[in-house]
Design a protein around this ligand. Structure first.
Ligand SMILES: NC(=O)c1ccc[n+]([C@@H]2O[C@H](COP(=O)([O-])OP(=O)(O)OC[C@H]3O[C@@H](n4cnc5c(N)ncnc54)[C@H](OP(=O)(O)O)[C@@H]3O)[C@@H](O)[C@H]2O)c1
Length: 294
């Protein structure tokens, strides 16, 4: 295990007292799979899932990303079993506005009833009285951000915040226009969009958010269900004596100080490898090689 100070420094969420290490953990991979239904049902080995969570926190991870629609419910229940009572400094970030169909599909769930139920499901399954951060996940297009107002669901989320169900609000799968719209309704502490070495649509957005002190949390930092594969990446990794996944994470951490990473894994071995990436420094000439991938 590596010590807390090694996790790529820390970042305080804008306007909050929540400070997290920049190397975090994404819990989506802890749920199981049932044929074509991804992130569905219990994992094959629940003890292994618990071990991943416990080792991540013991190694200094204090930022865990989750959602009650992972499993559904399963991932949050595993987090509770592994980590509750939670360490004081642990920040659990969850997301709402999605529900799962019986066929495993991901369905928009933006109504007041659905958003309220999602908040209570998260509270119950995580065993919390109040959620640290809830991201409103836009579902106007499922895979990539799409323009359209998010005022109505965000207003509902802000009301639930005022009722004390959640401390802070973030956004996911959103465009710059939606972020601007949201910031007129409620303070936004983080934005979670698809971004990695090979998928760089948000380059300009990251810089804009950095100027305002808002965290940018790339999802699929390693490429998601099919991890990144690239000749340039493998070559840089070989030159640094690191693995391609470590280089992909170190590149994100070097990319901008407001980037917080949440790599997902169901394996303790991969977790250790990923945490070690926080120590990796990529020299500028190799960053240029990596930039050709995007
Ligand atoms: N807001 C959103 O819409 C959204 C969407 C997707 C994800 N997320 C969040 O973002 C987090 C990260 O995304 P993700 O987990 O989907 O994808 P990811 O972190 O890009 O990659 C996870 C995949 O990489 C593999 N992996 C992890 N470490 C590895 C290593 N060292 N060597 C080789 N393979 C490795 C994992 O398999 P193993 O289990 O075998 O290690 C898994 O298949 C999620 O956990 C979730 O919390 C949010």
């Amino acid at each position: 295990m590596i010590g807390q100070t090694d996790l790529a420094g820390s970042f305080t969420l804008h306007g909050t007292s929540m400070t997290v290490n920049r190397m975090g953990y994404g819990a989506m991979q802890l749920a199981g799979r049932d044929g074509n239904k991804l992130v569905w049902g219990p994992p094959r080995d629940i003890d292994a899932a618990i071990a991943v969570l416990r080792e991540s926190v013991a190694s200094g991870v204090n930022h865990i990303d989750t959602a009650d629609f992972y499993g559904p419910h399963v991932t949050n229940q595993i987090i509770r079993k592994a980590l509750s009572p939670y360490p004081d400094d642990l920040v659990i970030v969850t997301k709402v506005s999605v529900r799962r169909g019986e066929d495993g599909s991901w369905i928009a769930a933006f109504s007041r009833e659905e958003l309220t139920a999602a908040m209570h499901n998260n509270l119950r399954n995580l065993g919390l009285d109040v959620l640290d951060v809830v991201n409103l996940r836009s579902m106007l297009s499922i895979h990539e951000p799409a323009e359209g107002s998010i005022e109505a669901p965000l207003t509902i989320l802000a009301e639930l915040q005022q009722k004390g169900l959640v401390r802070h609000i973030g956004l996911s799968n959103v465009t710059p226009a939606q972020i601007a719209e949201a910031r007129r309704i409620a303070p936004i502490v983080c934005v979670q969009n698809h971004y990695n070495l090979a998928h760089r649509t948000d380059d300009a957005l990251i810089a804009d958010l950095a100027r305002d002190g808002i965290a940018y949390v790339p999802f699929f930092p390693l490429g998601g269900f099919t991890p990144l594969q690239s000749g340039a990446l493998s070559e840089v990794a070989a030159r640094l004596g690191a693995t391609p996944m470590q280089v992909a994470l170190a590149w994100l951490l070097q990319r901008s100080p407001n980037i917080l990473v949440i790599p997902g894994t169901s394996s303790v071995e991969h977790l250790r490898e990923n945490l070690e990436a926080a120590r990796l420094q990529i020299p500028p000439e190799l960053v240029s090689d990596l930039d050709t991938i995007g």
